[in-house]
Structure formats: structure tokens, C-alpha cells
Design a protein around this ligand. Structure first.
Ligand SMILES: [Zn+2]
Length: 224
């Protein structure tokens, strides 16, 4: 076995990371991200965290979901657990549904694995209350505007007949970038939904457009 972080063939994998990568992950877990008041992201997007989530999505290693949750600030009484504590229990973790074609090819929905790990960590429940309405083209090649247009209205809710009257819904996904996907999920619950709806993801990726805006703003200074 090789370390999923650095590829070294260490003999003390746990079972996925060598001691050095384990330490690096522990440091990254202190960088819980809050893109806005409704969202908590357990890790920043870095080389190591990106590789782990890549393994979760593309290398058929679903156990990485609980591995990351257990090592996050949710499980070591850090910022993420303080964030959750603001909201009333019980907690309902609602995975973002996967495209059907993607599900067939992967065999599982990574968001469900993450939701299960979160539910385990804080004694919540996994609730599949969302479904995907139609098939959409891959998000990754689209601009921010195109992505938002592509997912708006893409999700619907399937709620139980007897809805809980208290508690908090957390929409769960692997990565938060522009928030288009999770925002569309939030919108699916509608204005009159009786519970708080928040978002929890494993990673936060700085939107590329934000970086490009920053570069554009700052290059003006150098090109009068
Ligand atoms: Zn390593």
C-alpha cells in the first residue's frame, strides 16, 4: 500500500496516510472554512486534502469520508463543532444526490458517505430528502454563470409525510466552490420550510473567479 497523500510506501499507514501526511492533515484540520454564515467546510483545499477527496470519488475508497470527518474540527471540538452547536438538534444530514450515470459508474454517492460519517460524529441522521430532476452536462468545464444557470432548479425534495418540527438540516457535499450546487439544494427546500437549512462540505475551494478578479485588480497597478 502507498500513502494516499505522498505515495510513499511507509510501513505505518493508518491505513491511508504516512505519519508525515497525518501530521499535515492535522494542521489542515485547524483551517475550518466558513464561506458565509450558512456554510461550514471542514478542510481547506490543499494538495493533501484534494488527493484524499479524489480517492473518495475516483479510486473507490469510500472509507476516506469517515477518515476525514474523524480528523476534522467537528470531532476534536474545534470550530466546526462550535458552528453546529449554534443550531437546534436533531441534525438531519441530507446528501446532494449524484447524477444517475455517475452513481452507476462509482457504485456509491460520496456525499452519502460523508453524510453518514457526519451523522455518526454528532448523533444525527442521514435523510435522503433531495433528488436530482434532470441530467446536466459536467459542471467542471463551465463558467461560474453557466454553472449557476445549469443547477438552478435542478433539485426537488422528497419529504416524509410526518416532518420533524424541530432540528436543523445540513446539506452535505464533498466540495464547496461557488456554492451553486448547494445553493440550488437549499432553494429546493423553499422559503416556507420549517427547519433551518445549512451546508456542510469536506473541502472549501477558493472559486477560480475570485482568484482571477484578484489578479486583475492587482495587475492594474503594474500596467498603467
Ligand atoms: Zn504520506
Amino acid at each position: 500500500m502507498e500513502c494516499l497523500g505522498c505515495g510513499s510506501t511507509s510501513e505505518v499507514l493508518d491505513p491511508w496516510l504516512c505519519p508525515a501526511c497525518r501530521q499535515a492533515l492535522a494542521n489542515e484540520s485547524k483551517e475550518t472554512r466558513f464561506p458565509n454564515d450558512d456554510v461550514v467546510c471542514l478542510f481547506p483545499m490543499r494538495t493533501l486534502s484534494r488527493r484524499l477527496v479524489h480517492a473518495l470519488k475516483y479510486k473507490s475508497i469510500p472509507g476516506v469520508a469517515s477518515y476525514l470527518v474523524r480528523r476534522s474540527s467537528l470531532c476534536n471540538r474545534g470550530l466546526a463543532s462550535q458552528f453546529l452547536a449554534q443550531f437546534p438538534e436533531p441534525y438531519f444530514f441530507v446528501p446532494v444526490p449524484l447524477h444517475r450515470a455517475r452513481y452507476r459508474e462509482r457504485g456509491y454517492n460520496q456525499a452519502e458517505k460523508i453524510a453518514a460519517a457526519l451523522a455518526w460524529a454528532v448523533h444525527g441522521r442521514v435523510c435522503k430528502w433531495l433528488y436530482r430532476k434532470t441530467f446536466h452536462v459536467s459542471q467542471t468545464k463551465l463558467s461560474r454563470e453557466e454553472r449557476e444557470w445549469n443547477v438552478a432548479g435542478a433539485f426537488g425534495t422528497m419529504l416524509p409525510e410526518k416532518m420533524p418540527t424541530r432540528g436543523t438540516v445540513f446539506i452535505v457535499d464533498d466540495v464547496f466552490t461557488t456554492g451553486a450546487t448547494t445553493g440550488a439544494c437549499m432553494a429546493a427546500f423553499g422559503k416556507d420550510f420549517p427547519l433551518n437549512v445549512k451546508i456542510c462540505t469536506l473541502l472549501y475551494e477558493e472559486p477560480a473567479t475570485a482568484v482571477m478578479d484578484f489578479v486583475a485588480d492587482n495587475s492594474v497597478e503594474w500596467n498603467p
